[in-house]
Every structure is written in structure tokens, then in C-alpha cells.
Design a protein. Sequence first.
Length: 121
Amino acid sequence: MGCESCGGCKSGCGGCGQELVMTEAELALLRRLGETPFLPVAAAFDRKRPVYLEEWERPREECAPAILGLEGKGLIRLDYGIPLENFSYAAYRDYPLWGSMALTGRGQDILEQIEIQGIGE
């Protein structure tokens, strides 16, 4: 994917081979997905504020931007059509859409690079 596809890397996507910009919340969620390949996600019908209510050590208001940021950078995939099997979505009962999120191939590659090379500020 070149700059003609991503608007000149203004979104921090790294699609041009340049650096990838992530928030601390995005990095924390990316690492969590490295530990557990599939995590639950829920949302209202508009899907504008996805939620992850499990073991999130960051402020709750950082959750939706982190999920959407990682999805926008192509690092995770959200699928409201595939809820986790044998997972109790009881904590998510206020949300009509239940699903799962997982790393994409690109997300796995980026996580590997972070583990090997570290990250810069």
C-alpha cells in the first residue's frame, strides 16, 4: 500500500514503509492480542464506540479509540458476526452487537518487530 492509498501517511498507518505511530493504549491492546489471539468486543448498532471490558488496565475512555485506531491501521480485525465460543458476554449485555477481535497478519508482523527491535518515542 503506497501513499496514494493512505493519504500521505497522515493517519500514522505506516503504509509507505515509514514509521508506525501508535498510542500507548493501542500498543497495550496490541500486546494483549499477542498474548490472547481472540478477544471479545461489543458495540452499539452504529459501531462507533466498540468496547472491550476484560482486563483493561487503561482508562475506559481509551478503549474505543484504541480499538478503532488499530483497526484503521490494519493491525486488527473486528468481526461482529463471530462471537467467541463458550465466552459469557454477560458483562456486555448493554450492547446489541457481540463479536471478536484478532490480529491481522500485518498486526502479527508489527508485534514481532516491536518485540525484536523495540519501540522508539
